[in-house]
Design a protein around this ligand. Structure first.
Ligand SMILES: Nc1nc2c(ncn2[C@@H]2O[C@H](COP(=O)(O)OP(=O)(O)OP(=O)(O)O)[C@@H](O)[C@H]2O)c(=O)[nH]1
Ligand SMILES: [Mg+2]
Length: 281
């Protein structure tokens, strides 16, 4: 069908494919959440309700896109790992990035009243997003290790910082000065001796972040059945004449999955060795 004389402008829309055979990590991050958290009185240093809301939005994204196998969240950010061989939207960068960021944002807003029922939104929250490609499984592991190490560093600092302010009566300027140049062990010691806080007693959600893992439910063994409905796909055995009737018919095995929420270590080998499917094809 011939287009209008204006249709040539479509040619200015350039393809933006993401390199095949690479791992895709998409990260969304709250826009100006320093202000959003202040304006909506988030608890310091961690607001359980706000973090659960982030988890909910991430779960909604994973329910929409089954090729996301893993997500990691802390503070106002969430990272999503796609199956290496994903062909979602033909790996078009803008389509994937904008749709995921949009679903995450709308879910965050839509579900806000469930988690913060007494805090009406004063203005619309928003998130930025980016996609980074990683060539190897090692890079992917290091990416998630980087984010979890960041969670730990930030949480340790914020926990002792707000203890100094809220329990120790220091101003925020004084608390920053108190902590300047301190190493991790000094912060642990300060928290315990001055405020009786044993860091390891703090909720693992705050110390480790939120990990959402897609787990596969093993399919029930099924007897050979004749194709009876549209759900069943016919598979022609290799080498068979494609014009002849297929000799074998197999059920189109639909793998059912569920999403597990964890707050555990993912820097060590144990997490990945127990879930080899995360870094497979
Ligand atoms: N009180 C409180 N604040 C939080 C919590 N989670 C996130 N925040 C705030 O959100 C900020 C997130 O950091 P950034 O993403 O670097 O800051 P930002 O203001 O969102 O800036 P941009 O991402 O560059 O737009 C933190 O610095 C906190 O101020 C929380 O659980 N409690
Ligand atoms: Mg932010």
């Amino acid at each position: 069908m011939a287009g209008s004389k204006f249709a040539y402008v479509k040619n200015f829309e350039l393809p933006d494919p993401l390199l095949p055979g690479t791992f895709m990590v998409l990260r969304v991050d709250g826009h100006a959440f320093h202000r959003l958290s202040e304006e909506h009185n988030f608890t310091k240093p961690n607001d359980e309700r706000a973090l659960q809301l982030m988890d909910h939005a991430a779960r909604d994204v994973m329910n929409e896109f089954k090729d996301i196998v893993l997500a990691f969240g802390e503070s106002d950010e969430f990272s999503f790992l796609f199956r290496k061989s994903t062909t979602l939207y033909n790996r078009r960068q803008a389509k994937i990035l904008t749709t995921v960021t949009s679903i995450f944002t709308s879910s965050y807003v839509y579900n806000w009243p469930k988690y913060l029922p007494n805090t009406p939104l004063k203005y619309p929250p928003s998130f930025d997003g980016r996609i980074v490609l990683y060539p190897s499984a090692k890079d992917v592991r290091n990416y998630f290790s980087w984010r979890q190490a960041d969670t730990h560093i930030n949480n340790l600092y914020n926990t002792v910082f707000w203890a100094l302010v809220l329990q120790g009566g220091e101003t925020t300027t004084q608390a920053h000065a108190t902590l300047r140049g301190t190493v991790s062990s000094t912060k642990h010691e300060m928290m315990f001796s001055r405020f009786g806080i044993n860091y390891t007693d703090i909720s693992p959600r705050y110390r480790k972040g939120s990990i959402l893992v897609r787990m596969e439910i093993p399919p029930e063994p099924e007897a050979d059945v004749e194709p009876a409905s549209g759900k069943i796909s016919e598979v022609i055995e290799s080498g068979a004449d494609p014009t002849s009737k297929p000799k074998t018919a197999k059920k189109n095995v639909k793998i059912r999955t569920f999403i597990e929420l964890l707050h555990c270590d993912l820097i060590g080998d144990e997490f990945w060795e127990a879930r080899p499917h995360l870094l497979s094809e």
